[in-house]
Unconditional design. Structure first.
Length: 189
């Protein structure tokens, strides 16, 4: 069965983006980059792959889920950032912009969408963000892969933004890099 994997960069204080939904403070270069690119190449936007002359298709992931604010960070320059994947964006008020080929914007219940996706054939389902969507899907998340960056933001978008409800995950692996990034991998306990 396909797994839902919440793979995301996070600050030391649990923020996945700045208050303005930016990712500029996360480390893109360093000794962690080659490992992450090798294991999580599916999570690199297609235009970046093309610019580097790389093939985006890795096969571990076949679907990406995003809340509107996560998706909108790339607009208008990247209306279809992960065209190598099935792209589903959750919004009750928005529609896909022009040029967003292969992007499905839906107001459906994310839990129902994930349950249906898990029954289909294919690679894993990558939850790209944001915190509100992650909180809605916490009971469906099978694995967490957190790229912990050596910064405290003080404010910003939380890893999970929702109601209090402790959900236990077990640490499977932790790797520290000289860049200061630590990649922690958890599985639902």
């Amino acid at each position: 069965m396909r797994e839902l994997v919440y793979y995301v960069a996070v600050s030391l204080d649990g923020r996945i983006a700045s208050p303005a939904h930016g990712f500029e403070s996360f480390l893109a270069e360093g000794d962690h980059a080659a490992v992450i690119g090798g294991e999580w190449g599916d999570a690199i936007p297609e235009p970046i792959h093309r610019a580097l002359g790389l093939d985006a298709r890795r096969g571990a992931v076949s679907t990406v889920l995003m809340g509107w604010n996560t998706y909108a960070v790339g607009l208008p320059d990247m209306p279809s950032p992960y065209s190598h994947l099935e792209q589903i964006v959750f919004s009750r008020t928005r529609t896909a912009p022009s040029g967003a080929d292969g992007v499905r914007v839906t107001g459906e219940d994310p839990r129902a969408v994930v349950a249906a996706l898990k029954e289909q054939e294919g690679g894993d389902i990558w939850l790209c963000g944001g915190g509100v969507l992650a909180a809605q899907l916490v009971e469906h998340i099978d694995r967490l892969v957190l790229k912990v960056n050596p910064f405290v933001f003080g404010d910003g978008i939380p890893l999970f933004q929702g109601e209090y409800g402790p959900t236990r995950f077990a640490l499977e692996r932790s790797r520290a890099f000289a860049s200061g990034v630590v990649v922690n991998e958890y599985r639902r306990a």
